[in-house]
Write a protein that binds this ligand. Sequence first.
Ligand SMILES: N[C@@H](CCC(=O)N[C@@H](CS)C(=O)NCC(=O)O)C(=O)O
Length: 198
Amino acid sequence: MKLYNTTISGNCYKIRLLLSFLRLDYEKVNINLKAKDQKKVEFLALNPLGQVPVLEDHGIYLRDSQAILCYIAREYDVEQLWFPLEPMLMAHVLEWLFFANQNIASSLAAARAFYLVNKPHVQIEHATEQAYAVLEMMNQHLSEQDWLVGRRATLADIACYPYVAMAHQGKIELDQYPYVQAWLRRFEQLPNFIELNS
Ligand SMILES: N[C@@H](CCC(=O)N[C@@H](CS)C(=O)NCC(=O)O)C(=O)O
């Protein structure tokens, strides 16, 4: 398995987290976003959207961190715990994967990109306002349960963790969200948890 990857990307981090939790071996191919490697012809052949992460397995290329998480979990999680088979639990996990790709991406991730890599097109006031709405919603949900879905960590938690954990890089404060903070600490205690830079 080969992961086309950029260390600081929260979307790539999601994949590295799951691969670590499942103790799977893989090769990392570093893509330099500053040098625009992701827009070069060779990379566009792997992902026409010109974005990381991309996963190669069995000669097939997959794009989008949420899709890649689902693939790895189905293919390699022998117990099928990270992406439950039970229909209602599976659908709830998907709710959070879409939430990560839409609500978190356009708020917490966008604010981080604005301050960290000077993304010019981000409307920072709007992204900030949306980030606090996301945190409010997650805090309410996590006041009633330890994990986003069911009674253990799933792909839902992996997909939502990185950009919430890195909220401060987008000048978003977590002080008012104790249940979100407790969930972050709980996630970090999982066996084989890794930091962003590893
Ligand atoms: N929905 C995609 C978004 C991927 C994405 O936004 N990737 C960023 C890095 S986090 C990227 O490659 N940016 C470079 C660019 O768009 O040129 C996913 O979840 O994988």
